[in-house]
Design a protein around this ligand. Sequence first.
Ligand code: IPE
Ligand code: IPE
Ligand code: MG
Length: 238
Amino acid sequence: MKDYKRIINRKDVPAHIAIIMDGNGRWAKKKSLPRSEGHRRGAEIIEPLMDAAIDLGIRIVSLYAFSTENWSRPSTEILSLWKLLDHFFNAKLDSIKSKGIRVEHSGILKRLPALSIQAIRNAVKETRENRTLVLNFCLNYGGRQDIVQAVNRWLERRGTGEKMTMRKLERHLFTAGLPSVDLVIRTGGEYRVSNFLVWQIAYAELFFTDVLWPDFRPAHLYQAIYEYQQRERRFGGL
Ligand code: IPE
Ligand code: IPE
Ligand code: MG
């Protein structure tokens, strides 16, 4: 693989990268391991990737960890995912803190087990002064649900005759305060968005790779960013 890190223009890195971490199950199957092992390995690679992102000066990374559609999986798998989330924060929070990472979350936490809600809320609280990188965990997240809940929250405060605008909608999305996504990375070989941040990716560049998530390395991240930099972002102009 080319040394993409060396040829990346550090003055033009995407501010906000959104990652669809797909392929854990297939990675495990290929190795005759249980799917949960694929998820475990998938969680292990997050931190080295964040180190690489910080080094490049990326400000925000949104990670798709559990979609509103993932509830249709067997309950044993769902449970193992929540356990993994708890373990992730138990094991990594100190180091996340020391690196200046601010944890945020998008999605509706209510349906998660109490321990997982506590783990994520605690991580948000403990890291709220951090400024190096925002790590936005998308948990029980659906892009369409995000838009609907934003409209409903706005309706609660709506003045008579007041109209919705794009800016108002954005202020009520789970990602309020974060800029739009510049680059979407999807591992695992599927060419779709799967209800991830549908509003926020309206003008994002898309990078798809067959690499399965547990095999994704900083070198692949550098490649994605390099390819992003070769695109011409016209935003409808000339
Ligand atoms: C992505 O990996 C992780 C989650 C959806 C939680 P998958 O579990 O979808 O892995 P594949 O697509 O079955 O290989
Ligand atoms: C998308 O992966 C969701 C996450 C990575 C959390 P899926 O594996 O659930 O997506 P589909 O079912 O292939 O669209
Ligand atoms: Mg999948």
